[in-house]
Design a protein around this ligand. Structure first.
Ligand SMILES: Cc1cc2nc3c(=O)[nH]c(=O)nc-3n(C[C@H](O)[C@H](O)[C@H](O)COP(=O)(O)O)c2cc1C
Length: 324
């Protein structure tokens, strides 16, 4: 292992000084993946921290680098160890990144580990991992740069966890433009077409599931509206239904639920007649919740957790205001 001191230190001493926050923000505009770098202390303790300074360096010989802040509690351990391991995190491992960047008593607690060269801890769950032998250490201002030669690695195809502007993110591959006929106004590439198509497909599967259990979509709507807020009167139930489903509710549905003993009338102090769930109605709502959860799981089954998160985020951002 070679330790080199930077010959660039002197010119910077009297060189430009920048606003620290502005410089940090500028660095943060570079999107990176997130890694956990581990090693073993001289006493055999497992050591690791979150790092996004990782970069591949060379294919032949295979080399990588990363840098460690000189304020790190683990500087001595990394400087003395002959090996380190880099673990590239997948999109669902944000918690692990937070854990290895925080002051917790044992960052490795409960994690499944393999052992690398010299017994260094190797996390089992990650997207890719590299066991490295330290080749060089460089002074890098307030960091020390470690360059390692890869002695072993593995990789699995998953979606990476990203870091940009001080926030975690996920990869959204750029769409290849497949629209051939831009003049077509019924294009299956339209966002509106895709959203409504997805809505009808997913809604259809939920309604099928409700019907299979002898419930109609209207009964589900009334019971779930009243489950959220007891004491609503008929016009309020109709308004809520229009808000969440774009459809009104007929009074006969409410009457039939009363006849089945699932709803009862609830006279308020101002004389308004509202409706609330009976005991049997509350049990029915629990059944409906489990049907909805099963449908939710079925809809999500073709997506991985990071895609579900991304989809929810994008749908929440979608606002549609028709032209006036
Ligand atoms: C996304 C992310 C990336 C980070 N990258 C680095 C890095 O490359 N080098 C570093 O020294 N610290 C980095 N940190 C900060 C350390 O993980 C954090 O300061 C940790 O508490 C250091 O632990 P230690 O003092 O036990 O070594 C990063 C933190 C986060 C959340």
């Amino acid at each position: 292992m070679t330790t080199q001191t930077s010959t660039q230190a002197a010119p910077f001493e009297n060189g430009p000084r920048f606003d620290g926050r502005a410089l940090r923000n500028a660095f943060g505009s570079f999107a990176t993946g997130v890694t956990i770098v581990t090693t073993a202390g001289s006493d055999g303790a497992d050591i690791g921290l979150t790092a996004n300074s990782f970069s591949s360096v060379s294919l032949d010989p295979p080399m990588v680098l990363w840098s460690l802040a000189k304020t790190s509690m683990n500087m001595e351990a990394f400087c003395q160890s002959e090996y380190f391991a880099v673990h590239i995190l997948s999109a669902d491992q944000e918690d692990l990144s937070t854990r290895f960047a925080s002051k917790v008593e044992d960052r490795f607690s409960g994690l499944a580990l393999d052992r690398g060269p010299d017994g260094i801890p190797m996390l089992q769950e990650c997207m890719a991992r590299f066991a490295c032998k330290v080749a060089y250490q460089y002074e890098g201002g307030d960091h020390v740069i470690f360059v390692g030669e890869i002695v072993d690695f593995n990789h699995s195809a998953q979606k990476p966890l990203l870091f940009h502007g001080g926030r975690y993110g996920m990869l959204l591959p750029k769409q290849i433009d497949t629209s051939e006929d831009v003049s077509s106004n019924l294009s299956s590439d339209d966002l509106l077409y895709q959203v409504s198509n997805a809505y009808f497909r997913t809604r259809h599967s939920v309604i099928n599931e409700l019907n299979r259990h002898n419930w109609t979509a209207e009964e589900y709507a009334v019971l779930s509206i009243i489950a959220r807020e007891d004491g609503l009167c008929m016009p309020e139930i109709v308004a809520r239904s229009e808000e969440v489903r774009g459809q009104a509710i007929s009074a006969t549905i409410v009457q039939s639920l009363i006849a089945r003993g699932l709803l009862c009338e609830d006279e308020s102090s101002d004389g308004k007649t509202g409706f609330k769930l009976t005991f049997e109605g509350k049990i029915a709502v629990m059944e409906l919740i489990s049907i909805r959860k099963a449908s939710e799981a079925a809809v999500q089954s073709g997506l991985d957790p990071s895609e579900v998160q991304l989809l929810k985020h994008l749908l929440a951002r979608l606002e549609y205001s028709p032209a006036q």
